[in-house]
Design a protein around this ligand. Structure first.
Ligand code: NAD
Length: 603
């Protein structure tokens, strides 16, 4: 099957965006251009032959097709020299000799989710196009007239009861696309080059069998103007988050398969000293023979650690990233991926980062941070915590294997468990929460409350549940971000070396009480009644703050160390105001000091 993409349009309605760039090279929030995204997804679905019609800024599109991860694909670019005076019917006409197979055919300004593409390609019907009966009819864009599931007509000017929203993504067999091309030739030969290619198809649609493919549960939309760009960018990211590949089970077999799928041969494996203790340590080397290992980073990794990883990745020409470890290894790998797409520079943190198509497979060995499913990475620069946030650092794959938790020392096990629990609780009360995040968070809390004892006692079935809980707590904070308890914890970790999860758990009950005692200061737009519902739910799930403290006490965590007056001042001044903004009640400096005094038992 070939992919045919029409990219010869001018994109006049995009304004400033298309003055010096192609419409399809406009970047989504992830930093990836629409066209780059289409190529990546199509090639991941096994398409290797591409026919692309081009007009303005054709060199930008040709350049995008030369990305290393597409080196196994063949591209035929068909230039329409009169793109400014013809419609895409003429580009299709020019490309007719290359469209000689079954096709997946689409317009270059379409953004869609991966599952939609997979569903269209695997649909048993040979001829389909995307229709949505639930969506309001667009005024200017395509509608399809559908009779008994068969498309009869596609036009911008039909509004009858049997007409539905339509997006120009077609899967057609060779006979059907040939019939369409024959009509296109008739139109062009008659000098009719200013209409849509669909006008030609409309003459034969009723005699063909092109079925509607419903995209009600998927996302597909075109980007025509800057408003579309903003809307589509923010809508598609939620599909991308949801559709992250989460795999449970055997590490080595899955790693091999995934690398093969992506035609990767030289992965950078980011792992720390714990790697050698893991049950997979020996078999991993056999499964991934050509790996380059990077372990030159510390727990709570530093900016300089990541830069060393970037240099190694470039020097060794790595084409894939695997992180095996806790949040420190996974975050280091995320930052390496982000920085390694940038030009070499003095300070990568100051860059507006490019999208990096290198695939990252994250394999957590602590059940805590959920970093394998978040768009954040925490690193320390000159002693200060930096939260690097980018949609493009969400790992493409998360591989959960609870047997990797067997070697985790008990102290780490408890601390990371608490991290997962605190993340889920904070996500519930975050001002950014929504139904989806609340569902993830509630499930995570439930799984932890039901299984933490057995997990700490070493039961394998419980480890699987906790590993899932930590992952979905990560999915929850990926939407909501964390709140005041996390914000207060970072300096505790860097000043006293207290593990991340344990530090957060020290803060959480104090933040909990601050909120429940000051509901009248609620800064969540949904109001105090929403917060009351959240805390009622938290009572059901974990038994309220007392229930949380019961879990904490049962874990027999070390007590808080002594804290000097100077350290107290540092703690209070270190708290990131942005994170505090996610808290439904924003603590004042006095309240922060009071909470730290309670945590460290300072009178
Ligand atoms: P970690 O990765 O720092 O690991 C802690 C220790 O446990 C290390 O010494 C490590 O070698 C060891 N270890 C890990 N897995 C092991 C195993 N299976 N067997 C034996 N030893 C093992 O700890 P963590 O709590 O997973 O991660 C903490 C880091 O994650 C912090 O930097 C924190 O800021 C960050 N974090 C990131 C996110 C995110 O969304 N990116 C979320 C929360 C926390």
């Amino acid at each position: 099957m070939k992919a045919v993409i029409f990219n010869s349009g001018l994109g006049k309605r995009m304004g400033e965006y298309t003055k010096c760039g192609h419409k399809s090279m406009v970047r989504l929030l992830s930093g990836e251009a629409i066209f780059e995204r289409q190529l990546r997804m199509l090639s991941e679905c096994g398409i290797t032959e591409f026919v692309i019609t081009v007009g303005p800024f054709k060199e930008q599109l040709i350049e995008a097709s030369r990305a290393p991860h597409l080196s196994h694909c063949n591209f035929t670019f068909v230039e329409n020299p009169v793109y400014d005076t013809t419609n895409y019917i003429y580009s299709m006409y020019l490309a007719r000799d290359y469209i000689d197979d079954d096709v997946i055919m689409l317009h270059g300004d379409l953004v869609f989710d991966r599952e939609l593409l997979k569903a269209v390609l695997s649909d048993p019907q040979p001829n389909i196009a995307t229709v949505n009966r639930k969506r309001a009819l667009p005024e200017k864009d395509f509608k399809a007239r559908v009779k008994d599931g068969r498309i009869q007509e596609v036009s911008i000017s039909i509004f009858d009861p049997d007409c539905f929203a339509f997006q120009p993504m077609y899967k057609l067999d060779k006979a059907t696309i040939s019939a369409w091309l024959a009509r296109v030739c008739d139109f062009v030969d008659a000098g009719n080059c200013g209409v849509y290619a669909e006008n030609a198809m409309n003459e034969i649609f009723p005699s063909l069998d092109v079925r509607e493919f419903s995209y009600e549960n998927y996302f597909i939309d075109e980007i025509d103007c800057p408003e579309d760009l903003a809307r589509v960018s923010s809508e598609i990211r939620r599909f991308d988050f949801r559709q992250q590949n989460i795999i449970c089970g055997d590490v080595c077999g899955n790693v091999k398969n995934i690398m093969e799928k992506h035609k990767a041969v030289r992965p950078l494996v980011v792992c720390d000293a714990a790697f050698d203790k893991l049950p997979i340590a020996k078999s991993f080397a056999d499964a991934v023979p050509n790996a380059v290992y990077f372990s030159d980073f510390s727990p709570n990794p530093l900016y300089d650690d990541a830069v060393k990883g970037v240099e190694l990745m470039r020097k060794e020409g790595c084409d894939f990233i695997i992180s095996v470890g806790g949040g420190s290894a996974i975050d280091t790998a995320k930052v390496i991926k982000l920085f390694s797409a940038d030009e070499v520079c003095e300070n990568y943190l100051e860059n507006a980062h490019k999208f990096n198509p290198t695939v990252h497979l994250a394999i957590p060995t602590t059940a805590g941070t959920g970093s394998e499913s978040t768009r954040y990475a925490v690193i320390y620069y000159k002693g200060e915590k930096q939260s690097v946030t980018s949609d493009s650092i969400l790992p493409e794959y998360a591989l959960l294997d609870p047997t990797l938790l067997k070697t985790l020392p008990l102290g780490q096990k408890k601390a990371t468990l608490l991290d997962a629990l605190c993340q889920a609780i904070e996500s519930m009360w975050s001002v950014n929460s929504d139904d989806e995040s609340a569902e993830y968070a509630a499930k995570a809390i439930e799984l932890i409350a039901d299984n933490y004892k057995a997990y700490i006692d070493g039961e394998e079935a419980a480890a699987q549940k906790i590993s899932r809980a930590a992952n979905i707590a990560g999915k929850a904070i990926n939407i909501t971000q964390t709140t005041a308890a996390h914000a207060m914890s970072y300096k505790i970790t860097s000043l006293f070396g207290i593990p991340h999860g344990a530090a957060v758990a020290l803060c959480l009950p104090h933040v909990w009480r601050l909120i429940t005692e000051n509901m009248d200061r609620c800064n969540d737009k949904r109001g105090a009644s929403h917060l009351e519902r959240v805390f009622k739910r938290l009572s059901e799930l974990v038994g309220g703050v007392e229930g949380f403290q019961k879990i904490y006490s049962s874990l027999d965590m070390p007590s808080a160390p002594d804290c000097t007056a100077d350290q107290l001042r540092v703690l209070v001044s270190s708290v990131n105001p942005t994170r505090l903004g996610n808290n439904p009640v924003t603590p004042t400096a006095e309240e922060l000091e009071k909470m730290y005094r309670q945590i460290f038992s300072i009178s």
